[in-house]
Ligand binder design. Structure first.
Ligand SMILES: NC(=O)c1ccc[n+]([C@@H]2O[C@H](COP(=O)([O-])OP(=O)(O)OC[C@H]3O[C@@H](n4cnc5c(N)ncnc54)[C@H](O)[C@@H]3O)[C@@H](O)[C@H]2O)c1
Length: 231
């Protein structure tokens, strides 16, 4: 059976039962997941502004989302707020974080310490969102041993021991396409179940492994398509 994918389903669609764990646990639609991260960001901003409560209208404006869509998203989490009172900012942020698995620590190993890998590991904004970059690895002799911030680039020959020592639970692949599948397989063999790939190839993973692909070129192509339709 293929790895369960989040449905691209959108608003107004009851999310389907979780494909592997039965009918009680439901998976959230991709579009909802993406918006939940926007709500979290907005809630953090409200918190830093000292606001303790928010309405769905205000939160929707802060998140750049339609209020009825926001209410529907939050109802999928069982967060309905209180009529006339709205939501307690910290409670809602915690509720969303928990639903998204962000209340646990995520430890990220980046494989491929080239332009992209170094830029990602040097970016400070992941930690505040619950993701710590714990390892950076590469195969090139002139790259191994170099430092990026507080990290020293490790040799991918030592992948298994590095992943174990750092307790990494997410792997990011920022290697050329030709190297990606082999490294993906090794990462899976080491027990990592969450992989984010920037490599411009289709990767295969076994059941129970979550793979996501980021492709900025695709985003640019979509942007180009929309741009040509603007008159
Ligand atoms: N998805 C996107 O939006 C996006 C954007 C930029 C780059 N990319 C892709 O990300 C990847 C990295 O891009 P880059 O610009 O950083 O390239 P880069 O050439 O600067 O870096 C690649 C690194 O991978 C290392 N490497 C190669 N084979 C390896 C192996 N078998 N084991 C371990 N390390 C290995 C190289 O030594 C190098 O340091 C490429 O596949 C590129 O196409 C994707």
């Amino acid at each position: 059976m293929p790895t369960p994918q989040h449905p691209p389903a959108d608003d107004g669609v009851e999310p389907p039962a979780h494909p592997t764990t039965g009918s009680l646990e439901r998976i959230l639609p991709e579009a909802t997941l993406a918006r939940l991260t926007q709500y979290l960001r907005a809630l953090n901003t409200l918190q830093t502004q000292g606001q303790t409560r928010t309405s769905s209208g205000l939160l929707a404006t802060e998140s750049g989302v339609n209020p009825s869509i926001l209410r529907k998203d939050l109802s999928l989490l069982g967060s309905y707020g209180t009529r006339g009172v709205g939501y307690v900012v910290t409670e809602l942020a915690e509720h969303i974080s928990k639903a998204m698995g962000l209340n646990q620590q995520w430890r990220v190993a980046i494989i491929g310490a080239g332009n992209l890998g170094r830029a990602l590991s040097g970016y400070g904004g992941f930690r505040s969102r619950g993701f710590e970059i714990v390892a950076l690895l590469d195969a090139a002799p002139d790259v191994i041993g170099s430092t990026v911030g507080e990290l020293t680039v490790a040799d991918t020959k030592d992948l298994a021991s590095v992943l174990e020592a750092t307790a990494a639970n997410i792997a990011v692949l920022s290697v050329p396409g030709a190297a990606a599948q082999g490294l993906c397989d090794k990462v899976v063999e080491c027990g990592v179940r969450s992989i984010l790939s920037f490599a411009p190839v289709v990767l295969q993973v076994p059941d129970g492994v979550n793979l996501r692909k980021v492709d900025l070129a695709t985003e640019l192509q979509i942007l180009a398509y929309h741009a040509q339709n603007i008159v």
